[in-house]
Ligand binder design. Structure first.
Ligand code: NAP
Length: 259
């Protein structure tokens, strides 16, 4: 079923921000590969929703933290959609338990960095090499890559340091690929969501409700997956093509400092 449409691979697209991005890209005319790890029913709902609106979608199960799965995710996408015009590195996890830095376990450190940092680094390496060849062969015209990191790339949390470290590393990964791929004609962008209403923050929702009402987010509301999707849609349209390496915060002005 190879498609005439531009194609996007969105990791972790069965729920939350990834789902919003997948649905938004489908509205921009992309055929979308929806990666998920365990929630097939949720991923099917996203894929069916896109098809019901006349779009094209593909389900690709796989753990981005696993080397063999990563290769398979890319290969299945290419086999079924023909190529990847836009890679969105979105899949990410929080630590299973929030622990003080003095108690963080090596297991949690490896799990979180393996999924949030190493996976983005190596899936991008695989896709970028293919994009360079596809561009030479005229198979893709305007390849682009997006990294979803977080305000936690610079805002610390002493009881989930492995998450913050993974996002700081992912931020440098995005910058490194932006530098290397500029000469190849592949723009790379980093998007840093702030507090965004998804399953990931369900357990700490009350705390963040309070912080938001106290003004920690200057625009005084939660972010929604659609807020992030709007930026990815603009990237997918090519609106930011001369801004490679740009870091775009989608966080309601969280970074603004006031004395
Ligand atoms: P979420 O609601 O928990 O959804 C996570 C998604 O990632 C699901 O589709 C899940 O698939 C998938 N996933 C998890 N582990 C995976 C793996 N090993 N391989 C492949 N897919 C995997 O999370 P979210 O809040 O949308 O977060 C998305 C991204 O935004 C993450 O990188 C997160 O760090 C970042 N972010 C979130 C916030 C926030 O406040 N929510 C803020 C800043 C940054 P299944 O459905 O199969 O489990």
């Amino acid at each position: 079923m190879q498609t005439q449409k531009p194609t996007a691979l969105v990791t972790g697209a069965s729920r939350g921000i990834g789902r919003g991005i997948a649905e938004g890209l489908a509205e921009e005319g992309y055929a979308v590969a929806i990666n998920y790890v365990r929630n097939r029913a949720a991923a099917e709902e996203v894929a069916d929703g896109i098809r019901n609106k006349g779009g094209e979608s593909l389900l690709v199960q796989g753990d981005v933290g696993d080397r063999e799965d990563r290769t398979r995710i890319v290969e299945e996408t290419v086999r079924d959609l023909g190529r990847i015009d836009l890679l969105v590195n979105n899949a990410g996890i929080a630590p299973k338990v929030r622990l003080d830095i003095l108690e963080t376990t090596e297991e949690s450190f490896d799990y979180v960095l393996g999924t949030n940092l190493k996976a983005q680094y190596f899936i991008t390496q695989d896709v970028a090499k293919r994009m360079i060849e596809w561009k030479k062969e005229g198979v893709v015209e305007a390849p682009r890559i997006v990294f979803i990191t977080s305000i936690s790339a610079y805002a610390g949390s002493r009881n989930r340091t492995e998450y913050c470290i993974s996002k700081a590393g992912a931020s440098m990964t995005a910058m490194s690929y932006a530098m290397r791929l500029a000469e190849e004609g592949i723009p790379v962008f980093e998007i840093r969501p702030g507090l965004t209403q998804t399953d990931m923050v369900e357990k700490v929702k009350e705390k963040y409700d309070r912080l938001i009402s106290e003004g920690v987010v200057p625009q005084r509301r939660w972010g929604y997956p659609e807020d992030v999707a709007k930026v990815v849609r603009a990237i997918g349209r090519g609106d930011l093509d001369f801004s490679t390496g740009e870091v775009i915060e989608v966080a309601g002005g969280y970074f603004l400092k006031e004395l």
